[in-house]
Design a protein around this ligand. Structure first.
Ligand SMILES: [Zn+2]
Length: 52
């Protein structure tokens, strides 16, 4: 199980994002919606997910 970096909830799959404050973290979809709404998410450069 993985844990969301924001709400600490355990989830089967998390979204890897670049957060304005926290840098590159993994968050659940609920937090993604909130953070996206707050415009706290930046675009990942490269975006391959393995070498960021
Ligand atoms: Zn979360």
């Amino acid at each position: 199980m993985l844990k969301c970096s924001i709400c600490r909830k355990e989830a089967n799959s998390l979204l890897r994002v670049k957060h304005r404050k926290h840098g590159i973290i993994k968050i659940c979809f609920e937090c993604w919606e909130v953070e996206q709404g707050n415009q706290n998410l930046l675009h990942l450069e490269g975006g391959c997910g393995c070498c960021g």
